[in-house]
Design a protein around this ligand. Structure first.
Ligand SMILES: [Zn+2]
Length: 117
């Protein structure tokens, strides 16, 4: 159910931007999701179709971009992309690493149509 509140947030933000821009309709929404995020695209799409009805966003296409997880080694400072399971630093084999990207979820951009004048 976690996706429902997230989807509502996206809808609110998008509607606000669209209204400010004087849009008559939102056509495309670009979302960025970190690879380690637990958000499921299909669930977001499902809720989206349900709650966007009757708003400027009705019928808009959602685009999901998954970005890889990045780790930083706390011992040597090396940054690397996480492939699969959590792994030790490829340079010094230290296991003291911290996650610097991969759990994010945000609205990247939207595309709108405006009324002809
Ligand atoms: Zn290291």
């Amino acid at each position: 159910m976690h996706e429902l509140s997230i989807t509502e947030n996206i809808l609110n933000i998008t509607n606000q931007h669209a209204e400010k821009a004087g849009a008559s309709r939102v056509t495309d929404i670009y979302l960025v999701i970190g690879k380690l995020s637990s958000i499921i695209d299909d669930s977001v799409q499902f809720y989206w179709d349900m709650i966007s009805q009757g708003t400027l966003c009705e019928g808009a296409q959602l685009h999901f971009e998954r970005i890889p997880a990045r780790l930083a080694c706390l011992d040597c400072g090396r940054e690397y992309i996480l492939e699969g399971d959590l792994s030790a630093c490829p340079d010094c084999s230290s296991s003291r690493v911290s996650l610097i990207a991969g759990e994010e979820f945000y609205l990247d951009s939207i595309e709108v149509l405006k009324d002809q004048e």
